[in-house]
Write a protein that binds this ligand. Structure first.
Ligand SMILES: [Zn+2]
Length: 217
């Protein structure tokens, strides 16, 4: 598995190009911005981009989708349906987090309407990129439609992404907790945490419990 990391936006979000070294098939996970730099990585490595794979639809993860889709129109925009309303609201998202409109141009937050979704993730789906295999796990918490691309043969960078999500999962969990998503969140996140515990000194299960107790406090 080939993993290229490009750090984008004022939020320092890590966009990743993940590719099968054998077939050169690739996906771009969460292009928040800097699509030209992402394409430089893709073309420089002679990769074929099959999808723009969105883990969740916050602006730092989808702000670059429109530009990347124009440069790589064959790549399928893929998202969980529960996050589509957030995705479609991209131009308004800076206001959601209280950023004054006058600051949007300087921050690169003057977003255009995002392109239509081509495909949807489903929980438990097996997803292939060349000879790489991932299981798609719907882990609502940070957003209603957040997903994890889980490689059974565990690659460190993907596991790190999961740990980060677990750490930040308290942000809108009260919404999710009230919804039918909660059982899915606890089932999939606990399963991942038990599988992946103690990565780089971080125990995802402990992080999960800590987030959970914050929700209940
Ligand atoms: Zn987010």
């Amino acid at each position: 598995m080939l993993i290229e990391q490009i750090t984008v936006t004022a939020f320092q979000q890590h966009t990743r190009v993940v590719a099968c070294e054998e077939t050169r098939q690739a996906i771009c996970i969460d292009p928040g911005d800097d699509s030209e730099a992402i394409v430089e990585h893709i073309d420089g490595l002679h990769l074929s981009l099959q999808a723009i794979a969105i883990t969740h639809a916050h602006l730092d993860h989808v702000g670059g989708v429109a530009a990347l889709k124009k440069l790589k129109p064959e790549a399928k925009v893929t998202i969980h349906p529960a996050d589509e309303f957030i995705y479609k609201a991209l131009p308004d998202q800076p206001a959601w987090i209280g950023i004054p409109r006058a600051q949007w141009p300087a921050l690169g937050f003057n977003f255009e309407e995002p392109p239509k979704v081509d495909e949807y993730w489903t929980d438990g789906q097996h997803y292939t990129v060349g000879k790489l295999e991932f299981q798609i796990l719907h882990c609502p918490g940070h957003t209603p439609g957040h997903v994890v691309l889980f490689a059974q043969k565990s690659e460190k960078s993907l596991l790190e992404m999961f740990c980060l999500r677990v750490r930040s999962v308290g942000l809108i969990c009260q919404e999710v907790q009230r919804s039918s998503c909660w059982s899915r969140f606890t089932t999939n996140c606990c399963r991942l945490a038990m599988t992946l515990k103690c990565i780089q000194g971080t125990d995802p299960l402990r992080q999960l419990v800590r987030s959970d107790s914050r929700i209940h406090s």
